[in-house]
Write a protein of this length. Structure first.
Length: 432
């Protein structure tokens, strides 16, 4: 199984980081970069490696057909010509999923049906029986992608999308997808993976950590733990699967892991105003096998001091468009204001309306200038006005998409507050 054409979809904005990740995992230079995906030619063993190690790809798919089409009959013909019997047997269940960009076809459901019929007819002709369809938990997922003129058929080797790492049971209201958390870490250039020793790892702090996604991804990266260590993959049910090859890929990954030295202080730090969230994060970290590497505490981001004496990196997706937790200082003030407003007959304010939201971020900026001078802060937000609200000037802005939502990862280099620059109303417009 050499020279497989492999396609790895990813979030928009993540392509360059995925190219670098594919190189690091397989040693291969990707063949092409599309919007929200990367193509590469690989052997089967590297397909297993990418599934196990990739933190940025959504899936690893093997391309089995590519060409032009005009109508549903062309889809049927294309799917009939693929040697599906090399990959699975009629005893396995299948599901065909179709995505399209500007396809002239009127029904994608009908397109999926024709492709499914072609696969089943081919098996019936050659094997005397056909696979059944299971739309919930299929053994084998087939993806068809249609553009205006071309059809590509892929066999999915991952199964459940790769952001499902296998450790998350406790989620908050707005958890980050693991793949997006990993993209933020890659974009920040955090040195967790490259540092020669854990002592050289830059301290990483998420003061609004929620269920701990960023912290857990970072700790696993620093310990060189594979992203998919705890989960199963669709390739385990495919015919080319050889348990001894898979075992040797896993052994190789285990040998590369860093041992956690007994008594070593944590390298990654998180806190959240909600103690329930801190508890979720703790349980997730335990399941992910990185509890010793992470220090977790409850507390308001506006009040927590730096957890270490040397400067490090703040990395977070702060609350947005929701009420800043009432337990926080800014939240309490917002409640008081809202109460006095509603006494005056006005509606209460929500975070995100530019009032209390701006208040929180202004206070956060002041807190960081006071206690976190020399640190770097990276914030992911859909709010393009965030630097203005914090009265910071960003030194980098990386476009990343949270699903369909366009976001920016802003970098601020925090400098100590200069007393002379504080204007009478507390407005200080210095660069971070
Ligand atoms: C968008 S969520 C972060 C999600 C997190 N990255 C995850 O993957 O679960 C924002 C978090 O900020 C927390 N938060 C809100 N106000 C806060 C404050 N004043 N101090 C600290 N945390 C706060 C919320 O409890 C919530 O967990």
């Amino acid at each position: 199984m050499n020279d497989l054409k492999v396609y790895l979809p990813c979030g928009a904005g993540v392509e360059d980081f995925l190219v670098a990740e594919i190189r690091a995992i397989t040693g291969q230079a990707p063949a092409f970069k599309a919007r929200a995906g990367v193509g590469v030619v690989l052997d089967w063993r590297d397909v297993l490696r990418l599934n196990l190690h990739s933190r940025l790809a959504q899936r690893v798919m093997v391309q089995l057909w590519h060409g032009d089409y005009r109508n549903e009959q062309d889809l049927y013909r294309a799917a009939s010509s693929v040697a599906w019997e090399v990959w699975f047997t009629p005893a396995q269940t299948i599901k065909v999923e179709v995505t399209a960009q500007h396809s002239p076809l009127t029904s994608l459901n009908f397109a999926a049906l024709r492709i499914k019929d072609a696969i089943c007819d081919r098996f019936r002709e050659r094997r005397g029986e056909r696979p059944s369809v299971d739309t919930h938990w299929p053994d084998v997922r087939i993806h068809a992608h249609l553009t205006t003129e071309s059809l590509t058929l892929y066999l999915d080797t991952s199964g459940e999308p790769l952001f499902k790492r296998g450790w998350r049971e406790d989620t908050g209201d707005a958890p980050l997808k693991e793949t997006l958390a990993a993209a933020m870490i890659a974009a920040s250039g955090w040195n967790g993976a490259q540092a020669d020793s854990l002592d050289e790892v830059l301290p990483l702090v998420d003061p609004c950590c929620g269920s701990g996604t960023l912290l857990i991804e970072a700790a696993q990266i620093a310990l060189r733990m594979p992203a998919g260590w705890l989960r199963r993959f669709a390739f385990e049910k495919l015919l080319p699967f050889q348990p001894h090859v898979w075992q040797s890929v896993r052994d190789e990954a285990q040998r590369a892991q860093r041992e956690w030295p007994a008594g070593h202080p944590p390298i990654v730090f998180g806190s959240d105003v909600s103690f329930r969230m801190v508890d979720f994060a703790r349980r997730n970290a335990e399941r992910a096998g990185v509890a010793q590497a992470i220090e977790l505490r409850g507390g308001d981001a506006l009040q927590r001091p730096p957890p270490v004496s040397r400067p490090g990196m703040l990395l977070l997706n702060p609350p947005y468009g929701e009420r800043i937790a009432a337990a926080g200082v800014a939240g309490q003030r917002a409640e008081q204001r809202a109460a006095s407003r509603s006494q005056g007959g006005r509606e209460s304010a929500q975070v995100g309306d530019g009032g209390d939201d701006a208040d929180f971020f202004r206070q956060l900026a002041t807190h960081w200038k006071t206690g976190f001078a020399g640190w770097t802060a990276w914030l992911l937000t859909p709010d393009l006005k965030l630097p203005g609200k914090m009265r910071f000037k960003e030194s980098r802005r990386v476009p990343l998409w949270n699903g369909p939502i366009e976001c920016r990862l802003f970098r601020f280099d925090i400098q100590a507050r200069r007393p002379s620059s504080v204007a009478p109303g507390g407005a200080d417009h210095e660069p971070a």
